[in-house]
Design a protein around this ligand. Sequence first.
Ligand code: SF4
Ligand code: SF4
Length: 117
Amino acid sequence: MSANGKNLTAPWHGVPREEIDWHPTVVAERCMGCGLCVTSCGRNVFAFNYETKKAVVANPLHCMVGCSTCGTICDRDAIEFPSPGYVRHLIQEKKILRDVKKTIRENPEIYAFRVKK
Ligand code: SF4
Ligand code: SF4
């Protein structure tokens, strides 16, 4: 699926997104339906249920692996994630840093720090 021309379910550093169990879960009993997570996530992970007046996770695979911003901003602690250890283990298991180092080395035109004048 895509939004704004970006494939939001693209593989993450070579790992198919559907093999990565990282996405938020809304604990309905604690959600007060403020809508902050729905309107803040830039990847359309959430939708709003106008009947129950609660946030729902509509597109879990759109979630950026390792991101937990919506959980941070939820005033009710109503958004849960797997443990950060899950992602760190995945990084080791899939040897992701090897791919990342290569990407950094080969793309200075994209990643080099430049002082703006
Ligand atoms: S930010 Fe929290 S309380 Fe507000 S809608 Fe999202 S889950 Fe519910
Ligand atoms: S963790 Fe980040 S990308 Fe995932 S749903 Fe929350 S705000 Fe969106």
